[in-house]
Ligand binder design. Structure first.
Ligand code: AMP
Ligand code: GLY
Length: 406
């Protein structure tokens, strides 16, 4: 099977790594990729959000399957263009991808499907926003309606800050604060059938102790020793299947991965957000534990044969990933510094996110630069192995959290 992966982050490196390990994959391509992916796949220069460019690259390569990593190409209609070219594609079409692309659309689908989530109002102007903030009270949750690369959500106790964010965004969703630990659950979907992957937890704030600004994610681990055994099944029953059925009913069948971001509240799991793609960095740990070969599974999603797949097989033990971020991430990350000390062991390895090769050296060229993965029979061992590898990596000005999976 010839596979083309679209994207350039740690998630795409994890996807490529698993695809490379699948004996069914004869050729692996990635566009645009990064310096780590370059070691296992052939890279191609492409604008990932340009549907025509991606479809013609896939055609030229004779790809059997295209896997779209990030949300922006999905919302731009890349999966539609690839399918229109007659090539199976892993990732939802433009319309169902609005489950991530518009917070208001996601809320509307959840309401129609009876999915547990925060009560919310969509507000078109500052007056409506002020009324909604007063109704729900502090802590205030204000979300930009559109895609905002992780910067659209403000959670604050400060009413003035909440009002200012609402005014700056225009159309916003304001909702009640959900209290409880967060869990990410990914469900593979083929338009009709959905299959859960193992739940993971992500660390969204930039600094230790959940301090500092929201980021794309600073680390993750799986499995969750503290979560109930039937969590995945409960979320499938209460969230995923009703959502997939509601989208199908609206004539926009969902194929790809549905990312369910949950808060484990006192009243049970409630949806914080949906994403139309794998989470980053949760994917790095979830795929590490998945023993079922990945290519056949993603192909089954793309061609509607998920129901015929055997049950997923998982490796025992734990995986932990720690993100190394560039100086001044998430505000305005510093690019161009050289990375040294990259290494691996039988139980730990480095996935690249924002890196590129320049004059024979590997340099940082994004906010989240590396995602270091440790594995082991239990979480403490996996964590220690990840941090051992982190300790040897040099990148001037970089920062990482020291409390991931503690
Ligand atoms: P989102 O982009 O919707 O995932 O929001 C980013 C982060 O903001 C989430 O991971 C949560 O930590 C936080 N957040 C979003 N919505 C809520 C909510 N209703 N209650 C509490 N925290 C929230
Ligand atoms: N790790 C959170 C996300 O991918 O949105």
């Amino acid at each position: 099977m010839r596979v083309l992966v679209i994207g350039s982050g740690g998630r795409e490196h994890a996807l490529c790594r698993s695809l490379k390990l699948d004996p069914q994959v004869s050729e692996l391509h990635c566009a645009p990729g990064n310096a780590g992916i370059e070691e296992i796949a052939t890279l191609h220069a492409v604008t990932p959000t340009d549907p025509g460019q991606v479809a013609s690259l896939a055609t030229r390569l004779g790809a059997d399957l295209v896997v779209v990593g990030p949300e922006a190409p999905l919302v731009a209609g890349v999966a539609d263009a690839v399918r229109a070219a007659g090539i199976p594609c892993f990732g939802p079409s433009r319309e169902p991808a609005m489950i991530e692309g518009s917070k208001a659309f996601a809320k509307d689908v959840m309401l129609a499907a009876g999915v547990p989530t925060a009560r919310a109002h969509t507000c078109a102007n500052p007056e409506e926003a002020a009324a909604a903030l007063a109704e729900f009270g502090a802590p205030y949750v204000v979300k930009d309606d559109g895609l905002a690369a992780g910067k659209g959500v403000v959670v604050t106790g400060d009413l003035a800050e909440a009002l200012a964010h609402a005014a700056a965004c225009g159309r916003v969703v304001i909702e009640e604060f959900l209290d409880g630990p967060e869990v990410s659950l990914f469900a593979l979907c083929d338009g009709a059938t959905a299959v859960p992957l193992q739940p993971a937890q992500d660390f969204k704030r930039a600094y230790d102790g959940d301090e500092g600004p929201n980021t794309g994610g600073m680390g993750a681990y799986t499995p969750l020793p503290w979560a109930p055994d039937d969590l995945a099944e409960q979320v499938m029953r209460e969230v995923v299947r009703p959502t997939v059925a509601e989208l199908a009913r609206r004539g926009m069948p969902y194929s790809g991965v549905l990312y369910v971001g949950l808060a484990m509240t006192a009243k049970g799991p409630k949806v914080i957000e949906f994403n139309a793609r794998f989470g980053d960095p949760e994917t790095q740990v979830v795929l590490d534990r998945l023993a079922t070969p990945l290519a056949g599974l993603l192909m089954a999603c793309a061609n509607g044969t998920l129901a015929g797949q055997p049950p997923l097989v998982w490796r025992d033990g734990s995986a932990v990933t720690v993100v190394i971020a560039a100086e001044n991430y998430p505000a305005d990350p510093v690019k161009g510094d050289v990375i040294r000390g990259l290494a691996s062991t039988p139980d730990s390895y480095v996935l690249h996110a924002g890196t590129e090769r320049r004059d024979g050296e590997i340099v940082a060229n994004g906010g989240r630069v590396l995602s270091v993965v440790g594995t082991g029979p239990d979480q403490a061992t996996a964590r220690a192995r990840a941090y051992d590898l982190v300790a040897g990596i040099e990148l001037r000005g970089s920062h990482h959290r020291t409390d991931i999976a503690r």
